[in-house]
Design a protein around this ligand. Sequence first.
Ligand SMILES: *[C@@H]1O[C@H](CO)[C@@H](O)[C@H](O)[C@H]1NC(C)=O
Ligand SMILES: *[C@@H]1O[C@H](CO)[C@@H](O)[C@H](O)[C@H]1NC(C)=O
Ligand SMILES: *[C@@H]1O[C@H](CO)[C@@H](O)[C@H](O)[C@H]1NC(C)=O
Ligand SMILES: *[C@@H]1O[C@H](CO)[C@@H](O)[C@H](O)[C@H]1NC(C)=O
Ligand SMILES: *[C@@H]1O[C@H](CO)[C@@H](O)[C@H](O)[C@H]1NC(C)=O
Ligand SMILES: *[C@@H]1O[C@H](CO)[C@@H](O)[C@H](O)[C@H]1NC(C)=O
Ligand SMILES: *[C@@H]1O[C@H](CO)[C@@H](O)[C@H](O)[C@H]1NC(C)=O
Length: 375
Amino acid sequence: MWDYYVCKICINDDISSVQPSFAYFSCYHLCLLVVLALFHSCLSNQNSHHVLCIDAERQALLEFKHALIDETKQLASWVAGDKECCTWAGIGCDNSTGHVHRVHLPGLDGHCHSQNYYDTENEYEEASKQRLKGDISSSLLDLKQLKHLDLRCNDFGGIKVPKFIGSFQNLRYLNLSKSNFGGIIPPQLGNLSELHVLSLGSFHHTVMNIQWLSSLGMLHHLDMSGVDLSKATDWLQVINTLPSLVQLYLSSCELSNIHPCVPGLNLTSLSLLDLSFNNFHSFVPEWLFSITSLVSLDLTWCHFHGRVPSGIHSFRNLTSLELLHVAKNDFMNSTLVLKELSGSSLVSLDISSCGVSSLHLDTLRNLTSLISLEL
Ligand SMILES: *[C@@H]1O[C@H](CO)[C@@H](O)[C@H](O)[C@H]1NC(C)=O
Ligand SMILES: *[C@@H]1O[C@H](CO)[C@@H](O)[C@H](O)[C@H]1NC(C)=O
Ligand SMILES: *[C@@H]1O[C@H](CO)[C@@H](O)[C@H](O)[C@H]1NC(C)=O
Ligand SMILES: *[C@@H]1O[C@H](CO)[C@@H](O)[C@H](O)[C@H]1NC(C)=O
Ligand SMILES: *[C@@H]1O[C@H](CO)[C@@H](O)[C@H](O)[C@H]1NC(C)=O
Ligand SMILES: *[C@@H]1O[C@H](CO)[C@@H](O)[C@H](O)[C@H]1NC(C)=O
Ligand SMILES: *[C@@H]1O[C@H](CO)[C@@H](O)[C@H](O)[C@H]1NC(C)=O
């Protein structure tokens, strides 16, 4: 097109035919100008959101790094000469205030596995190098606006969870799962009144008392799987003071007592309950069937026995249930219970090692949403 008009100007002496070509040129230039202007305004817009990080917070991060052992140089971008700590690996800042609000440093990209996942000793050792080790410096406390702290899948060599973590007043998300912490979980965590997510799964603590949990009124997601709660005999009363809970993971917690009735059950938002691998050796508690919001219920290896209470408390009441895993319990071995399930929209059902007779399986024919069935 452009060539065409240029040629036209050159070969045509007639003024009237030149005019439209000039019009085309000015239009072309105008367009170019508009594009440049937009591009420029885009850039300057970006700059106006670009805030340098706060110097005290930058220093705090450098101290935090100093106390860590980082074999694979994950924190190579954290250097003293760089003023812009908001762009450092794992760091997120509030783009209007410049405060660090996110420290996201999961080991192994958050995919931690036990040693037997790896084919060779060598592979396991290589993977272990990708986990941060060392100490957690209390310099982190200078991050006054911290909302998100994720240190999962690292290897802190059995040290205690630092008490000072309870002082982050704005913390909403805390994941310390599978990071090889030991000792007692500090009750100071009960000061984290803004916390929505608390994940303390799979490490060796001895927990005497979890009373402090009841101060966490905003908690949606609680994972204490693998934490020894055998001495916390009031665990259910404590959990019942958390009305916002949506997901509760208490798998392998050495729990043995569970109250059959809980007057005034608060857990009305609970959608996922995982109590697998605990040794209850008791009747299935009635209150389970009044949590009508349940979508996923895992009671694998809980050793519940006896009859599921029938009548007003039954699986029929759990109308949202999609996953039911109850392997290794012997309360499922009656047609009555299976009939109660037959009207549900279960997607995944595990009734292996439940002593269910093949004569009763016909009852499951109506479970048309089922995708996974373990017998
Ligand atoms: C901060 O950045 C996020 C994502 O880039 C954006 O959605 C948000 O509007 C920004 N906030 C301010 C105050 O600039
Ligand atoms: C916390 O970390 C564990 C371990 O990687 C992970 O399985 C879990 O999903 C995380 N929890 C949340 C709420 O992100
Ligand atoms: C934090 O928790 C501890 C122990 O539960 C308590 O003694 C202390 O007063 C709390 N601090 C704040 C600021 O709430
Ligand atoms: C239900 O939760 C509220 C708020 O935490 C608490 O005050 C109340 O005592 C709880 N009810 C029971 C029966 O624990
Ligand atoms: C269970 O559902 C029945 C009606 O199907 C109802 O009468 C009963 O009150 C419900 N029980 C609970 C604990 O919600
Ligand atoms: C269900 O299992 C229990 C315990 O093994 C047993 O006592 C009961 O007779 C069984 N019920 C049926 C209907 O098979
Ligand atoms: C399965 O559904 C059919 C038709 O809806 C019904 O007649 C039958 O009673 C149901 N079977 C069970 C075990 O619920």
